[in-house]
Ligand binder design. Sequence first.
Ligand code: ADP
Ligand code: MG
Length: 315
Amino acid sequence: MDEFALISAYFKECGHSPYDVEQDIGDDAAVVKAPLGHSLVMTMDTLIEGVHFPKNTPPQAIAHKALAVNVSDLAAMGAEPAWFLLSISLPESNAVWLKEFAQSLRQSAEKYAIKLIGGDTCRGALSITIQATGIQQKRSILRSTAKVGDAIYVSGELGKAALGLQNILYDVELPAEIKQNCVNALNYPDARLDVSKLVREYASAMIDISDGLLADLSHILKASQVGAQLNLDDIPMQYFIRQQELYHYALAGGDDYELCFTVAKQQEQTMLNKLKDTSIQVFKIGQITSNNLQVLTSSGTTLPLDSIKGFNHFG
Ligand code: ADP
Ligand code: MG
């Protein structure tokens, strides 16, 4: 199958967008119509086999994750997904693999209401790059605008994906009842657009957790020139992690793709009232302080962060 047949067999009609497309896949470039007066928000992520996902990861998982991590970045900015481009490098044209990849990509694109409008296809080591564009709603939620006294929230349980990765890569034993759940968290992360939609009006700063809570919260702290105090007991985590005190999975494990955001005290109750009528839960884990990052335990001591494996790996 040549490149053109492959594109039209697998990548035409993938997803849908509430925003206009003037020229779809098939010309030299795609043309879209940006809604008047709104800014465009753009992001791009690459997944390389052996680097970002283990060999033998199912094609369904690769497709889902490649799109979800991009949509997660849009969610973290408070933007609405609109269109995406896909650059795919494949070692061979394997029809079964491509069919499963394309089906899963289509499903996720439908779910997130984002449309594939173009891309590039070549032969080489397995690697997927997606560039996604979103439409800014009222304002973009930056990392640099958290203020001392703001409450810090996360949108869900942390550490499952990191446990799943340990299980796959190093055969680390997990209790049978959580194993599949952890592997699914790693392979099929959900971009929290649902949370973003509800909290973006109130959030003073926001980030998605791709590299671990402490590392990603630190990006907010650095950009906003503030610190934070977290309460270990309030951080939602897999019960197995808490039970075994394997806190580094929840604090420094990557690939969770939950949102971490800050909210000014005056906005907090209004936000919580709005969330009450929904099925969406958020968890208050601490507050912004003037400097330093501390995690308090229930006995009042601070957790020694240097001992948190994986945190500040490149610091
Ligand atoms: P060119 O040589 O002009 O770059 P291509 O042959 O690479 O054109 O692509 C032809 C059309 O197919 C373009 O509209 C391009 O955006 C689209 N396309 C190529 N690869 C992909 C892909 N993996 N997914 C979606 N669209 C693709
Ligand atoms: Mg091209």
